[in-house]
Design a protein around this ligand. Structure first.
Ligand code: SAM
Ligand code: DTB
Ligand code: SF4
Length: 334
């Protein structure tokens, strides 16, 4: 594959908007092919990281993210739930592990982490889930370096904090915080030594240039995020995002392939929106370099694919679940 610029497949964080635009607009067959080659260089094809998700505190969030059912500024009908008890979370993590997940991500409808009793409870959850021998991720909104360090000390593997869209389009989607606030939290995570999970959403009315710009922001971070979730908007009644054109499969594939090429070593997660995709469309995403999914019946507030359909998907495509850090470490030690 020849681009007009010199590209040697290595990880680099000096991508320009022009280069990314060229990659993004490569004819799809070639784009998938090239992304597939890069994928092979860094990962085993068809090896998929299986992550489970649990909303540990649902709804009542003060932010005005226009896509989100959990914002108080939207009128979505959801069951507001205070912080779950530790046992409920541990039971869910045990079940996720038994179902084959190797990472357990806990999400809270918080604007930011506060140093209070609830955060102390979350630290206990992190530690208890880590004790089960499963990777732990949390997504709790903005966090300071100190707070992230506390989570790391409790056993957290990764912190999720999405950029969601381009800097230019951000204010159309959220006004209660700034793009710079998101970037600051990413910096705090990086400084703490934790791994970063950061991606975004497509299908919110953004242009292709906005998608390219978001990928540019992610790929040019000093150190690229270890995982990059690509979500397709799940349209929810009562949210302010309004009527949006459904995202075409080709656009999801293009986004994933471009992310794979820009960030060869990152895990690219085919995240929200899988519920409405066919097996074949998902297969294209895996061919384009996606190597992670969320498993289980539920994401945070919306439905997800579920066990039985995913086992058909894995069997049909010969996908293999990726081992967790803990399993890999054990093998090295033995
Ligand atoms: N409150 C924290 C925050 O915003 O960082 C963590 C939870 S928040 C729900 C996590 C991410 O879920 C958001 O950044 C967004 O990318 C994704 N998300 C939320 N609602 C979504 C929707 N309707 N469709 C697709 N992705 C969504
Ligand atoms: C991410 O990028 N997607 C997940 C996880 N990180 C936290 C969340 C998707 C949420 C979809 C809408 C919902 O279930 O409320
Ligand atoms: Fe709150 Fe996160 Fe939803 Fe925004 S995306 S309203 S911060 S829960």
């Amino acid at each position: 594959m020849e681009f007009s610029f010199n590209h040697k497949d290595e990880v680099r964080n000096n991508w320009t908007i022009e280069e990314i635009t060229e990659v993004y607009h490569t004819p799809l067959m070639q784009l998938i092919d090239y992304a597939g080659d890069i994928h092979k260089k860094y990962y085993e094809r068809g090896e998929i990281q299986v992550c489970a998700l649990l909303s540990i505190k649902t709804g009542g969030c003060s932010e005005n993210c226009s896509y989100c059912a959990q914002s108080v500024k939207n009128d979505a009908e959801i069951e507001v739930e205070p912080l779950l008890p530790l046992e409920t979370v541990v039971d869910a993590a045990k079940e996720a592990k038994a179902d084959g997940a190797t990472r357990f991500c806990m999400g809270a409808a918080w604007r930011n982490v506060r140093d209070n009793k609830d955060f102390d409870k979350v630290l206990k959850m992190i530690s208890a889930v880590n004790d089960l021998g499963i990777e732990v991720c949390s997504t709790l909104g903005m966090a300071t370096e100190e707070q992230v360090k506390k989570m790391k000390a409790a056993g957290l593997t990764s912190y999720n904090h999405n950029l969601d869209t381009s800097e230019a389009y951000y204010k159309e989607i959220i006004t209660t915080r700034k793009y710079g606030d998101r970037l600051q939290t990413l910096e705090n995570i990086r400084k703490s030594g934790l791994s970063i999970c950061s991606g975004g959403i497509i299908g919110m009315g953004e242009s292709e240039d906005d998608r390219i710009s978001m990928l540019h922001s992610l790929a040019t971070l000093e150190q690229q995020p270890e995982s990059v979730p690509i979500n397709t908007l799940v349209k929810l009644n009562g949210t302010r995002i309004g009527e949006q054109k459904p995202v075409e499969t080709w656009d999801i594939v293009r986004m994933i392939a471009t992310a794979r090429i820009l960030m060869p070593k990152s895990i690219v997660r085919l995240s929200a929106g899988r519920e409405s995709m066919s097996y074949e469309a998902q297969a294209l995403c895996f061919l384009a370099g996606a190597n992670s999914i969320f498993s289980g019946d539920k994401l945070l507030t919306t439905r997800n694919v579920g066990k039985s359909k995913d086992s058909i998907l894995f069997d049909s495509l010969g996908l293999k679940p990726r081992k967790s850090h803990q399993e890999t470490l054990q093998e090295v030690e033995n």
